[in-house]
Design a protein. Structure first.
Length: 313
């Protein structure tokens, strides 16, 4: 990111569409770091297109089962099985590529999947590759984009973060308190999976006002919790300092990756990439807002049409 497309825009003094550019660059980064595979531009565009088809049409069919029965007569529905098969083949290619390498990297996601003998078949490996790949890049990209937009809108916070990173290098940057606070605040204010998740209660649950029986489907609206003034003072404001000494209630209310055994499978890789990329970007460039764009929500919360201007520091 810092060596390719940003310097190009810096040299020309042109604004860039942050979501469009970062999605593609981070997808390549996740592929290389986690799966030891160098994606081509064609593969990147195909992956993004197929994932969008699967999410949109999959959701449409889940809320309207009749649509699935009528899929031969609906063009968008006919694209779903094609997109699914291409995504399966994409993951198969990652698996085949790793096995064909003479000297593959150790401690990557793909290496752990290949070496894990608990899988009963390669189809199970392929399924996990697809899920982890998507979970890692999607959350990373939009969390980074939202956080960078907030820093661009709040130049004082941006300068404060840059100064805190000035004398720190390499892996030590991820331990800088100001960096961790900025990332947490970005994810609090703009949780990527804003609508949260649904869970089936494993036991009866009693609140002050209600009895909720075991088996009930409960929805957890992440953005409503993250912006609840009961837990966060001035919840709509970008204030990274709130995480320097947070209350226990605030810490418990911070759930961008959800909690428990079924939390986000890609969160470790997402966090590692977030800390690394954001610290590198802020250390090398100053960002300002050219166009804030609009907020769109479908599965993930995303800024559409947002443009930034970067200047080398």
């Amino acid at each position: 990111i810092t060596e390719t497309f940003i310097p190009k825009y810096v040299e020309k003094g042109q604004p860039f569409d942050v979501a469009h550019e970062f999605l593609r660059q981070i997808l390549k980064g996740v592929s290389l770091a986690g799966f030891d595979y160098n994606l081509s531009d064609k593969e990147v565009n195909m992956f993004i297109s197929d994932v969008n088809i699967i999410l949109k049409e999959g959701l449409a069919q889940s809320v309207n089962p009749v649509r699935k029965a009528l899929s031969p007569f609906i063009s968008a529905a006919r694209r779903l099985p094609v997109a699914k098969e291409r995504l399966r083949q994409f993951s198969q290619n990652l698996l085949d590529n790793y096995r064909s390498m003479e000297d593959p990297q150790d401690e990557t996601i793909i290496s752990m999947i290949v070496k894990n003998e608990s899988y009963e078949s390669d189809e199970e490996r392929i399924a996990d590759i697809s899920i982890i790949f998507f979970a890692s890049y999607d959350t990373t990209a939009y969390s980074l984009i939202w956080t960078l937009l907030e820093l661009a809108k709040n130049p004082t916070e941006q300068t404060k973060l840059r100064n805190s990173l000035r004398d720190v290098s390499g892996d030590e940057r991820r331990n800088v308190p100001e960096l961790r606070c900025v990332v947490k605040e970005g994810m609090r204010l703009h949780p990527v999976v804003a609508a949260g998740v649904c869970r089936e209660l494993g036991r009866d649950y009693t609140t002050e006002k209600y009895f909720i029986p075991k088996g009930t489907i409960a929805a957890i609206a992440t953005i409503a919790i993250h912006r609840n003034p009961k837990y966060f003072e001035e919840p709509d404001e970008f204030r990274p300092s709130r995480w320097m000494n947070p209350s226990e209630e605030a810490s418990m209310a911070f759930i961008p990756f959800v909690l428990g055994r079924h939390n986000c499978v890609g969160q470790s890789l997402a966090n590692a990439e977030l800390f690394t990329i954001l610290s590198t970007l802020i250390s090398g460039f100053e960002f300002s807002v050219f166009d804030e764009g609009e907020t769109d929500f479908f599965v993930t919360l995303k800024p559409v049409g947002a443009k930034l201007i970067a200047r080398k520091v």
